[in-house]
Write a protein that binds this ligand. Structure first.
Ligand SMILES: Cc1cc2nc3c(=O)[nH]c(=O)nc-3n(C[C@H](O)[C@H](O)[C@H](O)COP(=O)(O)OP(=O)(O)OC[C@H]3O[C@@H](n4cnc5c(N)ncnc54)[C@H](O)[C@@H]3O)c2cc1C
Length: 384
């Protein structure tokens, strides 16, 4: 297990104030939904968006593990799950692939504004035809001189309604399978790009999500991330970061919930005794503790492996399934342990449950992660 030192602890202490500020008014924010400009201004001011980017572009230059450590603190102390999700999307969607695969010119053009949050970013992979089956997407890009022409629609795009820059994944050669996918940096004000409104959803309501459409949208060839046909490699890199960063936030949220349940179970008395003295309640709390510790270990170990250049395909898939499903179970347990109070909006626990459920769907569903693990075990898929 990774060891944290004083520098890490000082980092968390530096952001502690912002964790609270960003979570302020989270129940009301959930009722109102959407991402108010005022809130995003606070995100920008916090400096959290700068964490993993090189200082050359205005970043903090932190490595992956340190970035995750700060984000775990965010998940623990900021109760606005939607805001945390949009913040993680801003970090991983465009900045991370740009830093790794972007040309010097693209980095200079976009990274400083991604770091300071003046340019909101999104990534558009899912479309009406291709969800879990990414390569089945209908979105295409065709070469035309020194440009590419993008055509298609994208759905469920986090930050889509407010993004100024979108990384769009499109099929450039269907015959080449995974080598026929390309990632494009697309400015929102490019002719032919239309962003739909925020679509209402079960949870993460403060994270805007919507549809994007691209019609005869001409993108300069220089806006390709990496090279044409490298889209799958770019996406793999981004998904590793997305899973590690957004699910360590969930591990933080689980820790917060655990502490609340321990406190409540010690204080709330029924039949003359604290409910925590009943084994059935204590057992649920113990399972919450096991879930949070297991989740964070898998996430940090996978991150350490990734940093050391190991193949962590299986580890990241395990960490994703484990954390997302543990988060739903922990949120459900918290509602149960709080009884009627847990069902009320005012405790924030029903919101936690609604927020948690999305985690088993985005970044690759639980089923797709299990399929990935089965493949790594050498199990062949049945065609029935
Ligand atoms: C909150 C939220 C935020 C999101 N943000 C983004 C974003 O920013 N950018 C983006 O591009 N997308 C985003 N998505 C979309 C998300 O990535 C997709 O919803 C997800 O990949 C599943 O695709 P789908 O919805 O088309 O479901 P489908 O692929 O249609 O799957 C439906 C069900 O069938 C199962 N299934 C499919 N194929 C198989 C199989 N071979 N074996 C077993 N089961 C299978 C799935 O696991 C799932 O349970 C977001 C989704 C949510 C909920």
């Amino acid at each position: 297990m990774y060891e944290w030192n004083d520098t890490h602890r000082e980092l968390r202490a530096e952001f502690a104030h912002w964790y609270e500020v960003l979570g302020d008014g989270h129940l009301e924010a959930d009722r109102e939904a959407g991402l108010p400009t005022r809130k995003w201004e606070q995100v920008r001011e916090s400096g959290l968006l700068r964490l993993p980017f090189h200082t050359e572009w205005g970043g903090r230059g932190l490595d992956l593990l340190s970035t995750m450590y700060v984000l775990e603190g965010l998940g623990e102390h900021c109760r606005d799950g939607g805001l945390c999700f949009s913040l993680c999307t801003q970090i991983v969607s465009a900045g991370i692939p740009l830093q790794r695969y972007g040309s010097a010119e693209l980095k200079a053009r976009y990274l400083p504004r991604i770091c300071d949050g003046s340019l909101i970013t999104a990534h558009a992979i899912t479309d009406p035809d291709g969800g879990s089956d990414v390569l089945g997407m209908g979105m295409t890009a065709k070469p035309d001189g020194d440009h590419w022409v993008l055509d298609g629609d994208k759905v469920f795009i986090t930050n889509g309604p407010v993004a100024g820059l979108i990384v769009v994944y499109a099929v450039t050669d269907r015959d080449l399978g995974p080598f026929g996918l390309t990632a494009f940096l697309v400015d929102r004000d490019t002719e032919g790009v239309v962003a739909g409104p925020d679509v209402p959803k079960m949870g993460l309501r403060t994270s805007p999500l919507g549809e994007l459409s691209f019609r005869d949208c001409r993108i300069p060839a220089g806006n390709v991330l990496g090279r044409p046909g490298m889209g799958f490699a770019v996406l793999d890199h981004v998904m590793q970061w997305e899973i590690l960063c957004s699910f360590i936030v969930q591990a933080g949220a689980m820790r917060h919930r655990l502490d609340r349940c321990v406190e409540h179970a010690g204080r709330r008395r029924q039949f003359g005794r604290p409910i925590g003295s009943y084994q059935m309640v204590a057992g649920q709390i113990v399972d919450m503790k096991i879930a949070v510790e297991t989740s964070r270990r898998w996430l940090y170990d996978a991150a350490e492996g990734l940093t050391k250049g190991r193949d962590v395909t299986t580890d990241i898939a395990i960490a994703k399934v484990l954390t997302s499903e543990a988060n739903v179970k922990s949120a459900l347990s918290a509602v149960q342990i709080f009884g009627g109070r847990g069902y009320l909006a005012e405790t924030g626990l029903e919101k936690d449950l609604r927020d948690a459920i999305g985690g088993t769907v985005y970044s690759g569903t639980s089923e797709m992660q299990r399929i990935r693990i089965a493949r790594m075990l050498g199990l062949k898929e049945s065609q029935t």
